[in-house]
Design a protein around this ligand. Structure first.
Ligand code: NAD
Ligand code: TYD
Length: 370
């Protein structure tokens, strides 16, 4: 039995990872540590938390005594750090919170792991590490900044973050690098492109667009809609992380992406077309439509004021993942987007649950001045 701490396991990717790990392995124990911010929802993993193979702990990754208590109580061998403030628009409104969670929280987790995992010193004074331990940081391609029309981010692309969110994730990567160099701390980092799939909080592009279409609301497209993101189905990301944790070399960074670039406006139009098609061919879905089917059209598209400092294009070169770890995305965008849209049509109760708090106030504030 291998014991993992999965931070942020009640959020989008973390929850998908928890489900993936429990479905794939019988010999893992997962301690999910999550502060349940607006983006975390215990209901998402309620069926997975059984108190034995999967234990839930509500708490902040910045809380040193809490994290220490978890290491004292459980034989933790792996930490996978998903916990973060993750939304670029929110980081523009309130950068400070991003620095606290994303940088200080990450350092706190590493510092506790360092104390529990170091088991002596080598002849040069570097710590020796308990066998089989690993700290894994879930980072983002946004640390590389923005691309023009051509080219891809590789692991050696210079770091050039533009938003408070990406700057905070970059800072976390740098403090991890410092631990790797100074203590030979056994860590790995994955930098992934935009994910999509089930349990994605509906403030991010794809789930927001689905939600608004179903409600007959405007679809806010920032700027000219031609910014490009490289989309990856969330389960493919989970498999990549698992592969890196088990077989990746400590001290290494791996880029994870799907060679699946799309302009935002393409995504918005495809989502409208797909929802309309599903409603026409499978009328049972119409019960979740809060507007007339004739309103599900491109007329909903509304170009709004651009995001400040909006990165133009992200695109990942995943060659290292392919060559070293034999990882490649398995889900095509065509399959993944239909699966995702169907999931949202069938799980409106989840959407209502996660948006029942302060979300509406946030949404109105965010889009009222655009
Ligand atoms: P999310 O916002 O859906 O979930 C974040 C989770 O972290 C939530 O459950 C939240 O409650 C929890 N959390 C926040 N602050 C915390 C704290 N201080 N202590 C403990 N828990 C806390 O995010 P996501 O989209 O699932 O992203 C997960 C990770 O993957 C993040 O580190 C993000 O930077 C990275 N990432 C995301 C994407 C993407 O497309 N979503 C792409 C690349 C990398
Ligand atoms: P988002 O899902 O916030 O992810 P990220 O900023 O981390 O890439 O945004 C994806 C793209 O969609 C990004 O170029 C901004 C754009 N966007 C819109 O055009 N309208 C929206 O309402 C949102 C949330 C994003």
């Amino acid at each position: 039995m291998k014991t993992y701490i999965i931070t942020g396991g009640a959020g989008f990717i973390g929850a998908n990872f928890v489900k993936y790990m429990l479905a794939t392995y019988h010999d893992v124990q997962l301690i999910v540590l999550d502060a349940l911010t607006y983006a975390g929802n215990l209901g998402t993993i309620a069926k997975d938390v059984d108190g034995k193979r999967c234990i839930f702990v509500k708490g902040d990754i910045c809380d040193s005594s809490l994290v220490t208590g978890l290491f004292e109580k459980y034989p933790v061998e792996v930490v996978v750090n998903f916990a973060a403030e993750s939304h670029v628009d929110r980081s523009i409104e309130n950068p400070r919170l991003f620095l606290e969670t994303n940088i200080l929280g990450t350092q706190n987790l590493m510092e506790v792991a360092r104390k529990f995992w170091a088991v002596g010193k080598d002849d040069k004074g570097y710590p020796s590490w308990k066998k089989g331990v690993r700290f894994h940081q879930v980072s983002t391609d946004e640390v590389y900044g923005s691309l023009g029309a051509t080219g891809y981010f590789t692991e050696t692309t210079p770091l050039d973050p533009h938003s408070p969110y990406s700057a905070s994730k970059t800072s976390a990567d740098l403090i991890i690098k410092a631990y790797m160099e100074t203590y030979k701390f056994p860590a790995t980092i994955t930098r992934c492109s935009n994910n999509y799939g089930p349990y994605h909080f509906p403030e991010k592009l794809i789930p927001l667009i689905i939600k608004n279409i179903l409600e007959g609301k405007k679809l806010p497209v920032y700027g000219d809609g031609k910014n490009v993101r490289d989309w990856l189905y969330v389960e493919d990301h989970c498999k990549a992380i698992d592969q890196v944790v088990r077989f990746g070399r400590a001290g290494e960074i791996y880029n994870v992406g799907g060679h699946n670039e799309k302009q935002n406006i393409e995504i918005v139009k495809l989502t409208i077309d797909t929802i309309r098609h599903l409603m026409e061919t499978e009328p049972a879905y119409r019960k979740v439509l809060k507007t007339d089917l004739s309103n599900v059209s491109y007329d909903l598209i509304t170009y709004v004021t651009d995001r400040l400092g909006h990165d133009q294009r992200y695109a990942i070169d995943p060659t290292k993942m392919k060559n070293e770890l034999n990882w490649a995305p398995e889900t095509s965008f065509e399959t993944g987007i239909i699966r995702t849209i169907r999931w949202y049509l069938e799980n409106q109760a989840w959407v209502d649950e996660v948006t029942s708090g302060d979300y509406q106030k946030y949404y109105e504030k965010m889009y009222s001045n655009r």
